[in-house]
Structures are given as C-alpha cells and as structure tokens.
Design a protein around this ligand. Structure first.
Ligand code: SF4
Ligand code: SF4
Length: 339
C-alpha cells in the first residue's frame, strides 16, 4: 500500500527520528562539497544536489574502521569487541546509492562467511530514499534492470516528490515500522500513484544514454587479451578516485596497529584495485603490477566476472566515477569501446 506525506510533515518526522537515531543525510560541508553526514535538524539536509560527492556506502561500510582490539595475556590473546552501533537512518539516499547496498549485502554474506562488522551497521540502519527528478548527463541508472530514477532495491522506504507532497512506498519491514503509529502518513489515492509514475517516467526519459549490457558482457568475454587495453588505460592516473566514490566498490585492506608493548587494534580500510600495492604479495610478486591490468580489472570485475558470479552488474549507474575522474575517463565510453 502507498501513502503520501506533506513536505512539512516529513520535516517533523525526520526531526522526531533525530531524537532517537543517528540520522545521516546529504549535508553541505563546503562551497562545492555535499556529503552524507549526521544532521542535527532537518534544516541541515541539502535537497538541492542530485548526488552527494561520495556515496552513502561509508555510513554502513566505513572508509576506516576498527574491527577489534587485542591484548596478549598470560593465557593467550584477549579480544575486545568494538562498541555497539546506534540505530541509524540514512535519509535522502538516492536509489543508485541504495541499490549499492543491495549488492554489498550479497558480497558480505557468503555461505561460509558473514561480515558481522558490515551487518552490525546494516541491520540497524533504515534507508529512506528519495527518487530523482532531474538526472544529470553522467547518470545511466536506467541501463540496469533494477535501476532507474525510482529503483527500490536496498531502500526501506522510497519517497517520490509529487507537487508539495511525497508518494511513499514501503519496501521492507524496517520501512513499515517508520509508518506504523505515525500520524503523518495518509493513504495515497490512484491519482497520487499515477502522478508518481509520471514523475518517474519523465526522469528516466531525461537519461539519454543507456548501455547495451548484454552486448557489453559478450564483448568483454572475448576481450581479455585485446590490444584495446594497451592504449585505453593510458590517460588514467590510477588515483583511485573512481573506486572511492563508487557505491559498489568494496576492496579493503587489513592492518594491525600496536598501541602498547603487547596490545593493539585491527583495522579495515578501503583499498582499490587501481592501486599497485593492492595485489602485491609477500616476496614482491604482483599479478597486476602493470597499470593496464589494473585498469582492465575494474571493468572486467564490474561487467563480466560479477555477472558470471551473481547474475547482476557491480555498478548502479550513479555516474560519480565519470564526474570526478580528473582526466575525464567515462566508464560508458570505455565499455562501448570494447567492441
Ligand atoms: S578516477 Fe580516472 S584517473 Fe583516477 S583511477 Fe579512476 S579512471 Fe583512473
Ligand atoms: S562504477 Fe561508476 S557509475 Fe558505476 S556505480 Fe561505481 S561510481 Fe557509479
């Protein structure tokens, strides 16, 4: 069942949630920088930008996190778990960022291994997304089956602006809990639902560039040794920006930092397949020492290997890697150029 909420009531709802939760939302932190940050009131939410500079990924999978502390004792080694995570809300998430979480959920939850650190935050976070009405030229989320300006995967509630109100769709039980007992939501009428569909269609039509994903996959299947890679990577600085702003890149490094003679902490930090030391092994051997191989890996992983393993792409079409690449490398052009 769909509901509606007025802009004023949404403001009151979010201010109420702030009292019992950590609420993250796009927040202006510099003249040209908007990041998902903790907000102390709804007024700190910046609704004017389409996308924050980095994705919401870091609120559940932090760029740098302490996994545990350890100390050597007479009997062995003692481990101390990190402090408990508070219930959180990511408000104003865009569908392309929320879909990123639905992809990460599978990567951090294998039969043999469930990443407790990731799920300690994921399970306690409710994601309230807002559909996009005005996509940018770098957006191509409508290329993906579960994508588009109002894609639902990964969100708990999806809000779509319809005039001075929002059409509210409940996606999960966590989303249902926000609605339950709240006086701010009104059942939507057929007209409201039709308005939402119109807004969604108009936004998707503004995205003029759509990728032929099946064709790209077939081309990549035959392109590992192609001379195409010898030159296409040359402008790339291997700066890692594309992977750090991406809602789906998940490579990490583990390090142990001593804090005393026999104690310390184990940390996890994001890493990048574009970085030379990422695949360097003990003894100095590195299967991807050549920048060409690292560049190729990023495209092969997202659009070939991940499709073979999970039957979906490791990309949501957010376009941040295009927007923030210092030398203007466009993932869409690289993929289309493989043919
Ligand atoms: S952001 Fe651009 S230059 Fe930097 S590593 Fe990615 S593709 Fe290369
Ligand atoms: S690869 Fe680029 S377009 Fe795709 S999700 Fe990552 S940052 Fe967005």
């Amino acid at each position: 069942m769909e509901y509606t909420i007025t802009t004023n009531n949404l403001k009151t709802l979010i201010n109420g949630l702030i009292e019992g939760h950590t609420v993250y939302a796009p927040k202006r932190v510099g003249a040209t920088t908007v990041l998902y940050e903790t907000i102390a009131s709804f007024d700190e939410y910046d609704s004017t930008v389409l996308l924050a500079n980095t994705s919401a990924k870091g609120k559940i999978y932090p760029q740098c996190e302490k996994l545990f502390e350890f100390a050597k004792t007479i009997d062995g080694v003692e481990l101390k778990e990190c402090e408990q995570i508070k219930e959180s809300v990511i408000f104003g998430c865009r569908p392309c960022d929320a879909i990123g979480f639905s992809l990460l959920d599978k990567l951090f939850n294998w039969e043999e291994y469930r990443d407790e650190s990731y799920f300690s935050r994921r399970d306690k976070t409710t994601i309230i997304s807002i559909s996009c009405t005005n996509p940018e030229s770098t957006c191509f989320c409508n290329s993906f089956e579960n994508g588009g300006s109002a894609g639902k995967a990964g969100s708990d509630l999806l809000l779509t602006p319809i005039g001075d109100r929002y059409l509210v769709e409940i996606i999960t039980e966590k989303g249902q809990k926000i609605i339950e007992g709240s006086k701010y939501f009104e059942p939507a009428t057929e007209k409201d639902v039709a308005s939402k569909q119109g807004v969604e269609q108009a936004a998707n039509e503004k995205m003029t560039k759509q990728l032929e994903l099946n064709e790209i996959k077939k081309n990549l299947d035959n392109a590992f040794e192609s001379p195409y890679w010898d030159t296409v990577h040359l402008p790339c600085l291997k700066c890692n920006v594309c992977t750090f702003v991406c809602p789906t890149c998940y490579c990490f490094d583990i390090s142990e930092c001593p804090s005393g003679y026999a104690e310390g902490e184990r940390n996890r930090t994001w890493d990048s397949c574009m970085s030379e030391p990422f695949t360097r092994m003990a003894g100095g051997v590195n299967p991807r020492s050549d920048p060409k191989r690292r560049f190729r890996q990023r495209f092969m992983h997202k659009f070939r290997y991940h499709v073979d393993n999970f039957n979906e792409h490791l990309c949501t079409g957010c376009g941040r890697c295009i927007k923030y690449c210092p030398v203007g490398i466009d993932i869409r052009r690289v993929l289309e150029g493989v043919r």
